[in-house]
Ligand binder design. Structure first.
Ligand SMILES: *Cc1c(COP(=O)(O)O)cnc(C)c1O
Length: 361
């Protein structure tokens, strides 16, 4: 390959970065919604609505950062194919930005990914390469890269592609939106860990801004992050699989930073699903399973605060739109076929919302 980039090549990179900046300038920030929980007087719970992005999930921020990172590192050129491994939400956002930049994108996804997500990627003009074993998606994406594609590598790069000091990253946005609330410095921020990018950005920013806020990762029961965090073991693997997409990775990803996480709450899938339905009742809109996982962790933390007589705020994320799961998590037949009964958890969580006491079925 030629050592120097041609002037035309550099012009294209500048034009692409310009297109990303203009997209950001046209976009509004996402809402910070407050929910009313009668059992928790003096404890305010907020959800940042990341489903409101044009591509429907928090991965819109990540995809923008990954393209910018690839361009600024000289790794992405005009006409080059682009690839990434994804459980779906990232693929949708990356396909959307590929179209914006005039590039061809291939998403390597587990074959069990929600069908609506696969259709969304294809509707954006991208290609899906489906693999049977979810643990092999990164290896498969690397094979595309060997053939010349630019690997956006969300799992390898999420943690460093995002500007954690500011630039309206998710943490800076949340704290700005809380500024005039009764408890502007939250007791807890709760998020999931898929790439680990969100938790890394939030955890770093909290220290950088010298805030007392603690960071909690909400993880499907037996997920690799939970095991790895507890044992400080980067080789930890999940002890069980999960139906909650976007989080609950089979192994510790390179972007999982354990030192900035203060607590991990493990949540059974049935509880996440029950909470996902309760969010619909509270907010009048459907959100995905990982938003439910976050909600369960929020209730646990709120109940502990209440038991200690503490007041304060808790902030979490609505990670993606529920419509994506119409044929899976929102389909009673699909749940029944997997012996997932959310009813006992629904009753337990409703009682908790009502009287502020944590209980499990
Ligand atoms: C990616 C993702 C997460 C986790 O966010 P990370 O920043 O990748 O750790 C949570 N929920 C959904 C729906 C996701 O797609």
């Amino acid at each position: 390959m030629n050592g120097a980039t041609s002037d035309a090549g550099r012009d294209w990179v500048h034009g692409a970065i310009d297109a990303l900046e203009r997209e950001a300038a046209r976009s509004a920030d996402t809402h910070l919604l407050k929910i009313d929980l009668p059992g928790f007087p003096g404890i305010d719970v907020y959800f940042k609505d990341e489903a409101a992005h044009p591509t429907g999930s928090l991965k819109h921020r990540l995809a923008r950062s990954l393209y910018l990172y690839a361009l600024c590192n000289g790794r992405l050129r005009e006409g080059q194919a682009v690839v990434d491994a994804s459980s779906g939400s990232t693929a949708i956002a990356e396909a959307w930005f590929a179209r914006l930049l005039g590039l061809c994108f291939t998403a390597v996804m587990p074959a069990c990914t929600a069908p609506a997500k696969i259709r969304a990627v294809e509707a954006l003009g991208a290609t899906c390469d489906l693999v049977d074993d979810p643990a092999t998606v990164r290896t498969r994406a690397r094979a595309h890269a060997v053939a010349g594609a630019c690997d956006l590598d969300q799992f390898g790069l999420a943690e460093r592609a995002t500007d954690w000091r500011g630039n309206n990253n998710i943490a800076e946005s949340i704290l700005g939106q809380l500024a005039r609330e009764p408890h502007p410095r939250p007791a807890w921020i709760v998020c999931g860990a898929g790439t680990g990018g969100t938790s890394a950005t939030i955890g770093r920013y909290l220290r950088y801004r010298r805030l007392p806020t603690r960071l909690c990762v909400a993880e499907p029961l037996g997920g690799a992050f939970a095991r790895g965090w507890r044992a400080h073991d980067a080789d930890a693997c999940a002890t069980r699989s999960t139906v909650i997409e976007g989080i609950g990775r089979p192994r510790v990803e390179p972007g999982f930073l354990f030192d900035i996480v203060d607590r991990v709450v493990e949540v059974p899938d049935a509880a996440s699903i029950a909470a996902m339905h309760l969010l619909e009742a509270l907010l009048g809109r459907r959100y995905g399973g990982s938003s439910g996982t976050n909600f369960v962790a929020c209730l646990r933390l709120a109940a502990a605060m209440r038991a200690r007589g503490e007041c304060g705020s808790i902030v979490s994320l609505l990670c993606d739109r529920g419509e994506r799961y119409a044929e899976t998590l929102f389909d009673p037949g699909w749940l029944a076929a997997r012996a997932l009964d959310a009813a006992p958890w629904r009753a337990a969580l409703l009682a908790c919302i009502d009287d502020g006491g944590w209980r499990e079925p």
